[in-house]
Ligand binder design. Structure first.
Ligand code: ATP
Length: 133
């Protein structure tokens, strides 16, 4: 028994796959979703997500929501990358930019601190996911 997983982003369908377990992180902590899990809606944190597909695959996910019902798992997220597709240099540059904005924002009311903070989280998450695999 496998879970049918569909992942959508604002760019459209990211992936449709089958998995024997979907491991995600919500504000309540880690959750492993197995076939025949009860129906749920889970909000996702900016975190690493893994699935047992043909082999174990790891992703950096930039938040979103997961809906599971009847062995169908739907994930809607602003952005997701398989760790193999993460451009580490790009993430490091994004982290530096966000850190500079946050430092500048202490004295500059034009800086959107919340936006810079989540950009920093996304960048750190990508770096960690890439390094952990
Ligand atoms: P950047 O400033 O580098 O664009 P960002 O956090 O603003 O980073 P997002 O808006 O989250 O980027 O994502 C835009 C698109 O680029 C998404 O499709 C996302 O999957 C992809 N993406 C972002 N950063 C990386 C990265 N380091 N490696 C691979 N793809 C990335």
């Amino acid at each position: 028994m496998l879970i049918d997983v569909t992942i959508n982003t604002p760019r459209g369908l990211y992936k449709q796959t089958k998995a024997s377990i979907v491991n995600v992180v919500s504000p309540d902590g880690q959750r492993g979703i197995l076939p025949n899990h009860m129906p749920i809606v889970v909000s996702l944190t900016v975190s690493k997500m893994t699935m047992e597909e043909e082999k174990r695959e790891a992703y950096a996910i930039s938040g979103g929501v997961l809906y599971f019902h009847n062995n169908q798992c739907m994930i809607l997220t602003p952005a997701i990358e398989n760790v193999n597709d993460i451009d580490l240099e790009r993430a490091i540059k994004a982290k530096e930019r966000a850190e500079q904005r946050l430092a500048r924002g202490v004295n500059d009311e034009n800086v959107d601190m919340a936006r810079a903070q989540v950009a920093l989280q996304r960048a750190i998450n990508r770096i960690n996911a890439k390094q952990q695999g």
